[in-house]
Ligand binder design. Structure first.
Ligand code: SF4
Length: 295
């Protein structure tokens, strides 16, 4: 049995940065709050809780506290509420997410109707929407586009969406729009992870996707793999049973942008243990990586 890890897996730049900022702030010896989970990984959120970084679902409950803004950002109203209640804000919004928010503001300011390709309820999208006017709509793919025409239309994407889906959407729009302005806000970390995962899935009997069930980019990796080979999406190693990994010759591993390294290591060791291989690694750097990216 060969187990390989996709070349680009696990924490992206924006998530690493948010966690580092939260950990630095936690040295202040007072509770630190995040509005919603700092990143979409329940295990990591629990680890942070033990370090005094607590989850606050509603910003109105916070007064005179230290608050970290998650990598996906928060809405305009949430930010205003935090400021009004004299909270100290540490802004860990990913710079790529900030850029997408800036583009959306610009499009609205310049009179474009706006279509956001994304998940309506994802915090990154709800934050973006808070900077838009009523001429903005959210669709998850080209099939959800309304049957209408536009004079001026701007298109933007949630940072973790798929490039092929954005291409389809734009293609479908072209005949119906006089002036179409696209900001390609899909982040390079997302594209690299999707390409590396697809390449590995093509040569694997089974792909194990590690990451939060609430993580949009992890679910996207799972959806891509499911179209290619047998796929299993797990948050932790204990979810993997012998029946899923026995009789396989090649297993590929990949992890979403908010999955910590130790969960990847646990999964690798678990599969080896279940299949009777005594090899066990301590760090993600010790897991063999699939270097060939062919797509
Ligand atoms: S996936 Fe990209 S946009 Fe999202 S947090 Fe990571 S680096 Fe930032």
């Amino acid at each position: 049995l060969e187990i390989l890890l996709a070349e680009h897996s696990g924490f992206c730049f924006g998530v690493k940065r948010a966690i580092q900022m939260a950990k630095d702030a936690s040295h202040q010896n007072q509770p630190i709050y995040t509005i919603g989970p700092l990143i979409h990984n329940p295990q990591m959120v629990n680890d942070l809780k033990e370090q005094g970084i607590l989850l606050a679902e509603h910003p109105e409950a916070l007064h005179d506290a230290t608050v970290i803004v998650r990598s996906h950002g928060i809405s305009k109203a949430e930010r205003e509420m935090l400021v009004k209640n004299s909270n100290r804000i540490i802004d860990a919004t990913c710079p790529y997410v900030c850029k997408a928010q800036d583009f959306v503001k610009l499009l609205c300011l310049e009179g474009y109707a706006v279509i956001i390709m994304g998940d309506k309820t994802h915090p990154e999208v709800t934050a973006m929407l808070s900077y838009c006017d009523e001429n903005t709509s959210v669709v998850s793919n080209a099939d959800e586009l309304p049957e209408q025409t536009w004079n001026k239309l701007g298109v933007i994407s949630q940072t973790t969406k798929n490039m092929a889906a954005l291409r389809d959407l734009v293609q479908k729009l072209v005949p119906n729009v006089k002036e179409l302005r696209l900001f390609n806000t899909i982040c390079s970390a997302t594209t690299l992870r999707q390409e590396a995962t697809t390449a590995l899935a093509k040569k694997s009997d089974l792909m194990v996707i590690i990451g939060g069930h609430n993580s949009s980019n992890t679910r996207m990796l799972a959806a891509l793999c499911a179209g290619i080979t047998e796929t299993l999406h797990v948050e932790t190693a204990v979810e993997i049973g012998l029946e899923q990994v026995s009789a396989k010759h090649s297993i590929g591993l990949t992890a979403g942008a908010s999955t910590p390294d130790y969960l990847i290591v646990d999964v690798y060791n678990r599969i080896n243990e279940l299949t009777g291989d005594r090899t066990s690694v301590k760090s993600v750097e010790d897991i063999p990586v699939n270097k060939e990216e062919s797509c």
